[in-house]
Design a binder for this molecule. Structure first.
Ligand code: ZN
Ligand code: ZN
Length: 188
């Protein structure tokens, strides 16, 4: 009976799968990993996300620890979105930290933790995608803004407050005054 077929789940050719065969399984051993990958789909939130297929730079260090491989470093790329107040287009870059432990199969860590607490290695392979998603998505604002003090749109007329005078308002006109005004207008 095969003991574990976990390794067959991951395809080492996938952009976010890392092969650690060249990292000595000796605690403290390190290996740098720099890779530019195409952004997967739906990397982000509703109003702001990493455009699918755009360059995402992984600038990482893999470190052997007794129970697995610790992955740390930065993830960089670009974001596009919509201002949550005025709907103007947002285009900016991100640079977020990432730090995640991946436990060896059959290690004590693997046996004593849940998969959502500590990542799992599949043989010598690591799937970075869930960790990259968490790192990027957690860093994104739920209400992205085109600039921190964006005043937004007038709720009455939908015009950007930037384009309106400071005293802009929509005062309710008393219907009787409105009728009177109509009267004077037609008389002239
Ligand atoms: Zn705005
Ligand atoms: Zn208005």
């Amino acid at each position: 009976m095969p003991k574990s077929s976990a390794q067959s789940h991951l395809d080492p050719r996938l952009p976010m799968v890392v092969d650690t065969t060249k990292l000595p399984r000796q605690p403290g051993a390190t290996r740098a990993l720099k890779r530019v990958i195409p952004a997967p789909e739906d990397l982000g939130l509703e109003l702001i996300k990493v455009p699918e297929g755009s360059d995402v730079e992984l600038d990482l260090v893999l470190t052997s620890v007794s129970e697995g491989v610790y992955v740390s470093g930065r993830v960089r790329g670009s974001l596009t979105g919509e201002c949550g107040r005025c709907l103007n287009e947002i285009s900016e870059s991100f640079d977020v930290p990432i730090a995640e432990l991946f436990a060896y199969a059959d290690s004590t860590t693997e046996e004593t933790t849940d998969e959502d607490e500590v990542g799992r290695m599949q043989g010598d392979l690591i799937d970075l995608e869930p960790a990259v998603r968490d790192a990027v998505v957690l860093a994104l604002p739920t209400t992205p803004l085109c600039r921190p003090d964006c005043p937004g749109l007038c709720p009455e007329c939908g015009v950007h407050f930037d384009d309106l005078p400071a005293d802009h308002s929509h005062e309710e006109v008393d219907p009787r005054w409105a009728a009177l005004r109509n009267l004077t207008e037609t008389e002239e």
